[in-house]
Ligand binder design. Structure first.
Ligand SMILES: [Zn+2]
Length: 88
């Protein structure tokens, strides 16, 4: 493994458990200004087609938890993801 940034071969690979946060808390001002119509449009244009897609496809649900192999260069400190392994 060679560093993408500096070309050094002194790269360490480690497994990092990445947990995606499902919900983000937004401020009250966000809800008053953008929230209500944004959620409505998101629901209209994303949720409904997604529901239809779910009905007609028999694919498994997406994994939320995944293990990511992260390589870190010991010379310059650059970090990048090597591969992703989904856990179901
Ligand atoms: Zn480097």
């Amino acid at each position: 493994m060679v560093c993408r940034k500096c070309g050094s071969e002194n790269v360490q690979i480690q497994a990092v458990n990445k947990i995606k946060l499902k919900t983000q808390h937004k401020g009250i001002l966000w809800w008053i200004l953008i929230g209500w119509w944004w959620v409505f449009f998101k629901w209209l244009f994303l949720t409904i087609p997604a529901l239809f897609f779910k009905i007609f496809s028999h694919k498994k649900q997406r994994a939320v938890n995944k293990v990511v192999s992260v390589a870190q260069c010991q010379t310059c400190g650059a970090r990048w993801e090597v591969r992703k392994i989904a856990i179901e």
